[in-house]
Write a protein that binds this ligand. Structure first.
Ligand SMILES: [Zn+2]
Length: 88
């Protein structure tokens, strides 16, 4: 199984770098290698409460959540239905 690093929280004020399974792109997806990532107020909220509420409308428990959902990076793999024009 190919892995990649992920930064996540799974406890109040706790941040870990963990190995997770590297996903493959679906037919209309791309796989991006993250080079930089913003951390916003939503991430800070997740860190303060120690995760993300699962099924919050049902009062679910907190589950671990990857931090940083505003990434920038390089596309390293494309799905078979993705058409891209290369520049340069
Ligand atoms: Zn955000």
């Amino acid at each position: 199984m190919a892995t990649m690093k992920s930064v996540r929280t799974d406890g109040v004020g706790k941040i870990d770098v963990v190995d997770v399974e590297r996903p493959g792109p679906g037919p209309k997806d791309v796989l991006m290698k993250v080079r930089a990532c913003g951390i916003c107020g939503t991430d800070v909220t997740f860190l303060h409460i120690g995760g993300i509420p699962a099924r919050a409308h049902l009062g679910g428990d907190l589950v671990p959540v990857a931090l940083g959902h505003e990434p920038a990076g390089e596309i390293v793999e494309v799905g078979r239905s993705v058409w891209a024009r290369r520049s340069g």
